[in-house]
Write a protein that binds this ligand. Structure first.
Ligand code: KG4
Ligand code: ZN
Length: 391
């Protein structure tokens, strides 16, 4: 099965072409084309993702990303000069009406290239920034109409779970997952513990009551003058503090550590950091220490609650996913704690490049859900944020 996948939920515009052979989870996957445009530089001056800008940028770059993914794949169009009936053209224009210039770009691409034979379009339909999601969803619907391809709406968080397991070098990764499984999803918008009894069977057993962990990293970064998204830089500074064995800068709380449930809260920790830096001018070493104090507090609570979740569910597998799962310190401490407490639990963190948003993970989730695909003429039932939650 040849899948075209589209991701526009936040600040990455990504399109991939993936060949899947076999049924999920026993399939093998080949990445034929993978195009990703990050808007981070554009949002940096706003200190976070600005939805209206994200939407505009997705609309401006999605056809070039489609073109790049197709070119990389070497896929050829069917060779016929495409004719578009008036009705289809009108529908495509109506779908892309609110994305300035996008209908013309897509129709021009279609006229120049022709029809590609693709079996399924997978598109992120949520959770995410609604204006950004709509660009991808409507674009998927328009391509589906032009090339007569069914569409499967995909949950972004299910994509993160699959991305953490996926290994392009190995075919048996997905089929080897033993249930019950715990997924810890940590990103700019989410901090969740999910219990999985099988593929597609999710129960949310813990979540943040306020800020997401990535959001806390970004806000702390901003307080010490590091631009968005500051998570990776805070982690780099924390690693230097550990290497230099710098003394602690602040005594920070570890929120919800003893709350007795599986929920998280990061706004108190963030406020404690704010008090620690308020009206002060920190030296570079003090910033490093503070970054480490913060990362330590976050890691302690993430590890403790995850181990509790594993215990409660009798889990055999732990999957850590989302942008913050790129954090090497969290990975190191989590893996060490697991080895001590639950040496039989297999732990998955994503390969570099698959932790932050991408469209490979959307293709995987689309393939897992392929049976629920929606006919190109019936795609009006797909809504942005229609499947906001995994569980
Ligand atoms: O999953 P993602 O790409 O987008 C969302 O769906 O939110 O996650 C982005 C988040 C940002 O908050 C970013 O600062 C954080 O992931 N992040 C990190 C690291 N790399 C990315 N946070 C801490 N340490 C990292 N190494
Ligand atoms: Zn994400």
């Amino acid at each position: 099965m040849l899948l075209l996948s589209i991701e526009t939920s936040c600040d990455e515009t990504a399109v991939s072409l993936i060949k899947a052979e076999g049924e999920f989870p026993n399939a093998t996957y080949e990445i034929l084309g993978d195009a990703l445009w990050s808007q981070i530089d554009i949002h940096r001056e706003y200190g976070g993702v600005f939805p209206a800008l994200a939407k505009r940028e997705h609309a401006a770059t999605i056809v070039p990303m489609l073109e790049k993914a197709i070119r990389e794949s070497g896929l050829e169009a069917n060779g016929f000069t495409p004719t578009i009936d008036q009705d289809t053209e009108a529908k495509v224009r109506a779908l892309l009406d609110r994305e300035h210039g996008l209908a013309d770009q897509l129709l021009t691409f279609h006229r120049e290239h022709g029809v590609y034979t693709i079996d399924l379009i997978a598109v992120t339909s949520g959770p995410g920034l609604e204006p950004a999601l709509w660009v991808g969803v409507n674009f998927a619907k328009a391509v589906a109409l032009l090339w007569d391809i069914p569409v499967i709406p995909v949950n972004h968080m299910e994509g993160h779970i699959l991305a953490s397991i996926f290994d392009v070098e190995r075919d048996d990764q997905l089929s080897a997952i033993a249930f019950p499984t715990i997924a810890l999803l940590i990103s700019g918008g989410h901090t969740e513990l999910i219990a999985m009894t099988d593929w597609g069977q999710y129960e949310k057993i813990g979540q943040t009551r306020d800020d997401a962990v990535g959001e806390a990293f970004d806000k702390v970064a901003r307080m010490v003058g590091i631009p968005y998204p500051g998570g990776p830089e805070i982690s780099k500074l924390a690693a230097e503090a550990r290497k230099q064995k710098l003394p602690p800068y602040a005594s920070l709380p570890i929120p919800m550590l003893h709350s007795g449930d599986l929920d998280f809260s990061f706004s108190g920790l963030k406020t404690a950091v704010r008090y620690a830096v308020q009206n002060k001018s920190l030296t570079p070493d003090e910033i490093k220490s503070l970054a480490r104090d913060f990362e330590d507090a976050v890691t302690t609570v993430l590890v403790k609650k995850t181990l509790t979740a594993i215990e409660k569910q009798g889990a055999k597998t732990l999957i850590v996913g989302g942008g913050v799962s790129a954090n090497q310190y969290i990975k190191q401490i989590m893996e060490a704690a697991l080895l001590t407490a639950y040496p039989d639990v297999t732990c998955y963190f994503p390969h570099p490049g698959l932790s932050t948003d991408n469209s490979i993970m959307i293709a995987l989730a689309g393939h897992a859900r392929a049976a629920g695909a929606i006919a190109p003429t019936a795609t009006d039932i797909i809504r942005a944020n229609g499947n906001r939650s995994l569980a």
